[in-house]
Design a protein around this ligand. Structure first.
Ligand code: CO
Length: 133
């Protein structure tokens, strides 16, 4: 099995502070990590759940993929991040199985990870992110 863990479940939200406050109040969650990824136009907050994270994600500019998702589909599940030992090898295996890459090669993600996104078309409707720590 190439996938070693669910790294994170990413949820697109309009208001990051409101979403964090909700998770804090409802679940006693604490923000483990916060980061703005300028290249992706997103600001994210990671809330730890065992060895995985809920990743609350908001847009920082109108042309970011999260802004487009919010406009088209509203708030909610955006992608699943699967942890892998080798992002390139996992990507190659998915492409060989018929998946369509969004990233042409692994690239830097948040928390110092290496990531690659795979298109939902070709993966049964789920945007998949491969995450190598
Ligand atoms: Co992600």
């Amino acid at each position: 099995m190439i996938l070693t863990e669910i790294d994170h479940v990413a949820i697109a939200v309009h208001d990051l502070e409101a979403a964090i406050a909700y998770y804090e109040q409802a679940f006693g969650a604490q923000v483990h990590h916060r980061e703005t990824v300028d290249s992706d136009g997103v600001e994210e907050a990671l809330l730890k759940v065992a060895d995985s994270y809920i990743q609350l994600t908001a847009a920082t500019r109108p042309d970011s993929p999260i802004a487009k998702h919010l406009e088209k589909r509203g708030e909610g599940l955006h992608h699943i991040g699967y942890r892998v030992d080798d992002c390139q090898a996992a990507m190659d295996a998915m492409i060989a199985a018929g998946a369509r890459p969004i990233d042409q090669a692994p690239r830097p993600g948040s928390r110092g990870t290496t990531v690659a996104f795979i298109h939902p078309k070709g993966s049964f409707g789920t945007l998949i992110e491969l995450v190598e720590e």
